[in-house]
Design a protein around this ligand. Structure first.
Ligand code: HEM
Length: 417
């Protein structure tokens, strides 16, 4: 069922049915108008409650129109509207919500710390983690959302930041608390755990800087070491900036990758032909991952704000208007993709926008692809067949992401006939 085009509040749009299957709604909106003005302010994140009253929200569901917004960071800013410069400075997602020139400087440093070589070098560590997780999961009925898809990205990112192996589980507990939906009875405990994580990263930083100054730190090859090395070439970063980068990586790379894994396995659970084809030809894993990114984009919608009066899809957009880019809807636009509503595992022409476009293109795309590919390879080795052992459950808490909170599968160790 799709939400009505004349929904009066954003609650009418974000219904339980929408979370379970948002695509009929996206289709209806796009067919009506790929740049649709909403009669309410779309609240994707908490900060947007500070919208000025006269601003409008536009929902962009066409592929070309999404790309036009994402490519033009001068007309469409990523800095959250209605928030003071001081608050922007302190915003945790400091890179993703920053415009040039500040974004350019930060991104250059992060790029140095996040090279393809460093990501590729993580493969053996990722494989070890995957092996451990699958050993623990075993076979038979397993909820792969909670036992595999959820812990893997957190552990990889924690290791990337330089968290010691003995602290990994504590770190996972803290980061779970950080991304948890606030509930009255857990909010204080979660805040304390979030603070503990900030303190932990802050203390790591103090140690590394001290070791650096005393000449005893060879600036190891982890992310923190690489950032400190990049800092030596450029202007020094403040400690809060480095801590924010680490937290951003954790948030940006955690639920997204988890959702890519769970959405791909969710499709494969109903399509034994896909699982068999992947098992028969491992080179088909990468196209299948790209198709999953297109078909069920882990990041569904993110915001931009118009910096000046402009025209998009024939509509006049006022300066200050909120422009919500629905990557997931663009990725099913029939003007761009043939059979857009079908999962075509072997799709070749697949210029999806699941990782964004332009200056904010996902920094962690190679890492997300690596983690997912290694997991699928290892699962194919162990489980020649997978099928459902219970109903899947999609998350309904966050409006910007899509993924499963529960995915019970029967992991079979012998091939189906
Ligand atoms: C399947 C997994 C992932 C998806 C679908 C995804 C998606 C995205 C998207 C759509 C953007 C662009 C945001 C915009 O246009 O404003 C983005 C940016 C970003 N992503 Fe990812 N992401 C994933 C995994 C990761 C991972 C694993 C990391 C890091 C460990 C990461 C770190 C970032 C960062 C730092 C940015 C901000 C880049 C900037 O503003 O310059 N992401 N991601």
């Amino acid at each position: 069922m799709s939400a009505s085009l004349d929904a009066a509040r954003d609650e009418d749009l974000f219904t339980a049915e929408f979370f379970d299957d948002p695509y009929p709604t996206y289709r209806a909106f796009r067919e009506h108008d790929p740049v649709l003005q909403l009669p309410f302010n779309l609240r994707l994140e908490q900060a947007q409650e500070q919208f000025h009253d006269e601003s409008h929200s536009w929902l962009v569901t066409g592929y070309e129109e999404c790309a036009e917004v994402l490519r033009d960071h001068r007309r469409y800013s990523s800095a959250v509207a209605g928030v003071s410069a001081e608050e922007q400075e302190r915003a945790r997602l400091v890179l993703i919500n920053t415009d040039p020139p500040r974004h350019t400087r930060m991104r250059a440093m992060l790029n140095k710390a996040f090279t393809p070589r460093r990501i590729a070098a993580l493969e053996p560590w990722v494989r070890t983690l995957v092996t451990q997780l699958l050993d623990e999961a075993g076979d038979g009925p397993v909820d792969v959302a909670t036992t595999v898809a959820e812990p893997l990205p957190i552990m990889v990112i924690a290791s990337l930041i330089g968290v010691s192996r003995e602290d990994l589980m504590t770190f996972k507990m803290w980061s779970d608390a950080m991304v948890a939906v606030p509930e009255p009875d857990t909010i204080d405990d979660n805040r304390a755990k979030t603070q503990a994580m900030f303190d932990y990263i802050g203390a790591m930083l103090v140690d590394r800087r001290a070791a650096l100054e005393s000449g005893s730190d060879a600036l190891g090859d982890d992310f923190l070491g690489a950032l400190l090395r990049a800092e030596q070439d450029e202007a020094p970063l403040e400690d809060w900036e480095i801590t924010s980068f680490c937290v951003l990586l954790l948030l940006a790379g955690n639920e997204t990758t988890r959702n890519l894994i769970s959405c791909l396995l969710n499709v494969a659970a109903d399509r034994p032909d896909i699982w068999k084809a992947l098992g028969d030809d491992r080179s088909s894993i990468h196209p299948a991952i790209e198709e999953s990114l297109r078909f069920d984009s882990p990041v569904q919608i993110l915001n931009r704000w118009a910096t000046q009066p402009t025209v998009l899809g024939g509509h006049h957009i006022a300066a200050g208007d909120n422009v919500a880019v629905a990557y997931a809807a663009g990725n099913r636009d029939p003007r761009q993709f043939s059979e857009p509503e079908q999962f075509v595992a072997t799709r070749m022409e697949n210029r999806h926008i699941a990782f964004g476009i332009g200056i904010h293109f996902c920094l962690g795309a190679p890492l997300a692809r690596l983690e997912t590919a290694v997991l699928i390879e290892e699962m194919l080795d162990r489980y020649p067949s997978i099928s459902r052992s219970g109903p899947p459950r999609f998350q309904r808490a966050a409006r910007v992401v899509r993924g499963l909170t529960s995915l019970p599968l029967e992991l079979g160790t012998s091939a189906r006939l």
